[in-house]
Design a protein around this ligand. Sequence first.
Ligand code: FES
Length: 71
Amino acid sequence: MYICICNAIREADVHAAVANDVRSFKELKSQLGLCSDCGQCSRKAKACFDAAKASQPTYLFKEHLIQLAQA
Ligand code: FES
């Protein structure tokens, strides 16, 4: 399913980016070009990013380790 029609970015592209260590929504937008034209995809893209993070146990573990290191 397409998340961003303007840039032909699919849900699978978002999941792949998260699996490849994209850490923030800002980084995701920069890397994929999400929301860079009309911006209509912004809410759906953020929801997809959050779902992708939640589905990656290693991602959550890495985030936890980063938070511990910063504490
Ligand atoms: S749908 Fe994503 S910028 Fe237009």
